[in-house]
Design a protein around this ligand. Structure first.
Ligand SMILES: Nc1ncnc2c1ncn2[C@@H]1O[C@H](COP(=O)(O)OP(=O)(O)OP(=O)(O)O)[C@@H](O)[C@H]1O
Ligand SMILES: [Mg+2]
Length: 354
């Protein structure tokens, strides 16, 4: 039987096939034609349509803050993704391990299981994102030693202290990289009277986004370029022009934004993340605190790529903070390692069938 790992994220879905590695990494997006009620595109193809669709097509994101928001759309997306990986849905149905946020309740867990079963899996088991992210980042979680991982995704931030293969204390926050995008949109509208799209806000965040003032930042960030982007960034700049709609005149306009704008715009969600990590540390048993003091905090998830985030978390906690290698793939790689486990996996996690 095929064994598959799925990280069904708010922003991106990743699929790991045992023996083959990560076979899919695409935005958790589906384009649906409203007139015919059919899926017209999934993943990257659907994400490219955001904000540019005619009335008859909607681009939907069926996962919100790591939980299923639109069940049927999520099933259609999962079916299409599994098909793209070449996994046969008939015959030898796959067995799946999927990651979920720590805070999800039983109903939300059930919804994730049902989506994966309805998409063609034979059985499914769920595991906490922070735990698999730690495994994927190379932390040996089974030791009698405390480790702390903070996974900042698109819609959630999961902070957990682990030891002996389990989570000792954790915090799950419905704040992530997408919250930064929303905060940037709100800020630009309030301060400059310009409405920009979330796609533009995200691009701006990736180019000049930072949570610490440039003069305080020790890290110089390089610019990425995105084909067909609505904005025109400049190499290694701390400012760029974005385009949007003037909320007063209704006309298209350009607006120059600086790294200082980014700091101001994202201060509130960033504060929520640092507060949550601090409260987690306060609750950590002293024996484990001693281990954390030595090893520091490890960041995973795409939100960890936000400029200055390491510095900000380190300042707030007085702990050394580092970003994992390839942070966005840590969770799915961690599930991959679990799939490779030679022992009796059913003793560690519980599989459920239809
Ligand atoms: N270079 C970058 N700078 C800042 N943010 C980034 C960068 N690259 C990606 N991101 C952000 O990372 C987020 C996506 O991360 P990730 O793929 O880990 O989330 P996810 O697993 O889909 O979501 P979740 O775990 O919350 O369900 C998005 O908000 C994206 O804008
Ligand atoms: Mg994630």
């Amino acid at each position: 039987m095929k064994s598959i790992g799925i990280d069904l994220g708010t922003s991106n879905t990743r699929i790991f096939i045992k023996g083959k590695g990560v076979r899919l990494n695409e935005p958790s997006c589906v384009a649906v034609s409203d007139t015919e009620d059919v899926v017209t595109a999934v993943g990257l193809d659907a994400a490219r349509m955001v904000g540019k669709t005619p009335d008859s097509v909607s681009v939907l994101r069926p996962v919100k803050s790591g939980v299923i928001a639109q069940f049927d759309v999520a099933v259609a997306m999962m079916e299409a993704f599994l098909k793209k990986t070449g996994v046969r849905l008939s015959g030898r149905h796959p067995r799946v391990i999927a990651s979920v946020p720590y805070s999800v309740n039983d109903v939300e867990k059930r919804a994730v299981e049902e989506v994966i079963l309805d998409a063609g899996a034979k059985s499914v088991a769920l595991i906490e994102t922070a735990l698999v992210a730690a495994v994927g980042a190379g932390i040996r979680v089974t030791r009698p030693h405390g480790s702390i991982v903070v996974d900042i995704g698109g819609g959630t931030t999961e902070a957990a202290v682990m030891s002996l293969g389990g989570i000792v204390v954790a915090r799950s926050l419905r704040v992530g990289g997408d919250t930064f995008d929303e905060a940037i949109c709100d800020y630009v509208r309030r301060k400059y009277n310009v409405q920009i799209s979330e796609t533009t806000a995200e691009y701006c965040k990736r180019c000049i986004g930072t949570v610490v003032r440039p003069e305080e930042s020790l890290v110089r960030r390089t610019q990425e370029s995105l084909p067909g982007s609505p904005v025109s960034p400049r190499g290694n700049a701390t400012e760029m022009e974005v385009r949007g709609r003037d909320v007063i005149t209704g006309l298209p306009v350009g607006q120059r934004l600086t790294a200082a704008d980014m700091v101001e715009a994202t201060a509130e969600p960033m504060g929520k993340i640092t507060d949550s990590i601090r409260s987690l540390l306060e609750e950590t048993p002293p024996e484990l605190s001693a281990d954390l003091y030595g090893d520091g905090i490890l960041l995973t998830g795409g939100g960890a790529l936000m400029g200055g985030i390491c510095q900000q978390i380190s300042q707030a906690t007085h702990l050394k903070t580092t970003i994992a290698k390839n942070p966005m793939e840590c969770s799915v790689q961690g599930i991959g390692r679990l799939l490779a486990f030679q022992g009796d996996i059913d003793r560690i996690i519980k599989f459920r069938s239809k």
